[in-house]
Design a binder for this molecule. Structure first.
Ligand code: BES
Ligand code: MN
Ligand code: ZN
Length: 523
């Protein structure tokens, strides 16, 4: 369910709700004396209504609107809400889209935590251009996965309405406010779909379940969906996907979702790893933390969530979303260490570790994706623990096949504000993948494990492709609340891929940006 979001240019102190959250820039305090008339502070009105109690508390708590500073009070007085929360924003000129998204997410999370149904959100002047990020933050912050809770565990209330109050004159509400909010909500709902799929337990989400989710999302958003079942996989020669999926009762599949507007100038292909449960296979994982491996299909979930957004935003860019789905299980029929398998690409692979399964299914998915002749090819996968060791739980690592592709992807990362760090494709480590019995083996040694996995994938992408590989193993499964992300499935990556697609709308296929006059206005 999506939130009902309205936007007006009124002081939040005049509004009615269960909770009022006001974003307070540090400048509200610094420039109090030099304040111009008709330029109201976000806190104007509150102090009068509260009989100076707010002013006294602000002094006592030394609340100065610093970033992440927070002050909560239960107002008794004439404020029409049970709670008033001031959230410091720091220097408003330094706030990027991601900071604004985080602020809105915190407000929504606080509202849910306070059992509030109606949130009044005070937004200071200067942020009226960020309504898309505010709407995204609200939906992303309000997200909870409570499907399997019963009795007392079921949250009794849920945030349903948000009144955004832009401090300033009515003329400050941008004309396209409604549209930007709608785009922000559509974006967040796609990310939330990815989170839902990632959070579902592995006895609910099997490869076929991902296929169904893709078909459903495609129907709802006007995206064409093709599913290759086990038979098709065997027929087409996707031998690595077949091998990984063999040990499970629930057979593998491959999904291809496509958005193909008639006059698109660029084609972006996004590929995702969809291991619905990674036991490690015969190279079985230790039992501690194995349950986390239900999130090992987060790359595929991201593809499905992304395509749901693409179908709603309808960019003038061709976008294909591809996911390879399998369950990695030990069994009499499972693939083994020592096996040699062919691949869709033709290269042979010696399996030395059945727990390095992600790169195998991606190898076939990438070889398939390459046949679509993408201008830009991205894959995303919870691929290696090594990447989590390198960058922690809140940041993914990405690799680019060339610097032009890296530049384009970095712009998208800057645009989305997601924590994604570029890593090097060190040719030096290629030796680790040399096999005595096949073209390649599927795992190297311990050191540089995220890099050697990326080098393995590169073998199946080939030369001359603008390709970025994202290892999302850490941030796809959050160990705690972070920014706009909850604990558990996060949908990390979707915002960046979408940003890249929206930028590609204004970029011609040699990678250059056309002159302003040649650009079509967006939406
Ligand atoms: N799905 C895991 C990677 C992973 C680990 C994701 C921890 C999230 C958190 C992947 O399939 C895997 O098992 N990778 C191995 C590779 C190794 C066997 C070469 C790893 O990282 O240990
Ligand atoms: Mn594994
Ligand atoms: Zn895995």
């Amino acid at each position: 369910m999506s939130l009902k979001i309205s936007v007006r240019s009124v002081l939040p102190s005049h509004e009615t709700g269960d909770i009022i959250v006001v974003g307070v820039p540090a400048s509200d305090f610094r420039s109090k004396n030099s304040k111009k008339k008709n330029d109201p502070f976000t806190l104007d009105g509150f102090d009068r209504e509260l009989g100076d109690a707010l002013g006294r508390l602000i002094k006592k708590e030394e609340f100065k609107g610093k970033k992440d500073q927070q002050l909560a009070i239960s107002p008794v007085g004439r404020i029409k809400a049970d709670r008033l929360v001031l959230m410091g924003l720091g220097d408003i000129d330094k706030l990027g889209g991601a900071d604004v998204r985080t602020f809105a997410a915190k407000a929504a999370r606080t509202a849910n935590g306070d059992k509030a149904k109606r949130l009044v959100l005070g937004v200071p002047a200067g942020l009226e251009g960020r309504l898309r990020e505010i709407a995204e933050g609200l939906e992303l912050g309000a997200y909870r996965f409570t499907k399997y809770m019963t009795g007392d565990r079921v949250p009794k209330t849920e945030l349903s309405h948000v009144d955004i109050c832009l401090a300033g004159d009515v003329k400050d509400v941008p004309k396209d406010a409604k549209e930007r909010i709608a785009i922000g909500q559509a974006t967040a709902l796609g990310v939330n779909l990815a989170r839902d799929l990632s959070n579902e337990p592995p006895n609910v989400v099997y490869p076929d379940t991902l296929a169904e989710a893709a078909v459903d999302a495609g129907k709802a958003a006007g995206i064409a969906v093709e599913i290759f079942r086990y038979k098709d996989i065997q027929k087409r020669g996707m031998k690595l996907l077949e091998a990984v999926g063999k040990g499970s009762e629930r057979k593998p599949c491959l999904g291809h979702m496509s958005w193909t507007p008639a006059n698109a100038k660029r084609r972006v292909v996004v590929v995702g790893k969809g291991i619905t449960f990674d036991s490690g296979g015969l190279s079985i994982k230790p039992s501690s933390g194995m349950g986390e491996m239900k999130h090992d299909m987060s790359g595929a979930a991201n593809v499905i969530g992304l395509m749901a957004i693409v179908g709603r935003l309808k960019p003038n860019v061709e976008v294909h979303g591809i996911f390879a789905a399998a369950e990695n299980m030990p069994d009499g029929n499972a693939y083994r260490p020592g096996d040699v398998w062919g691949s869709l690409d033709g290269k042979s692979v010696e399996v030395v570790n059945t727990d390095a399964e992600g790169r195998l299914i991606l190898a076939d998915a990438l070889a398939y994706a390459r046949t679509l002749k993408p201008d830009f090819l991205i894959d995303n996968a919870t691929l290696t623990g090594a990447c989590v060791v390198a960058l922690g739980n809140g940041c993914s690592g990405w690799y680019a096949s060339n610097d032009a592709a890296a530049g384009e992807f970095q712009s998208a990362v800057n645009g989305s504000g997601e924590q994604m760090w570029r890593m090097p494709l060190l040719d030096d480590l290629k030796d680790q993948l040399k096999s005595d019995s096949a073209d390649l083996k599927n795992s190297g040694d311990r050191w540089g494990g995220s890099i050697s996995a990326a080098l393995f994938l590169r073998e199946f992408v080939g030369d001359g492709v603008n390709w970025v590989h994202c290892d999302i193993a850490g941030p796809a499964m959050g160990d705690r609340v972070r920014g706009w992300d909850p604990k558990g499935g996060t949908g990390h990556g979707v915002l960046t891929f979408l940003d890249l697609i929206e930028r590609a709308e204004h970029t011609v296929s040699d990678g250059s940006v056309p002159k302003k006059s040649e650009r079509k206005s967006k939406h």
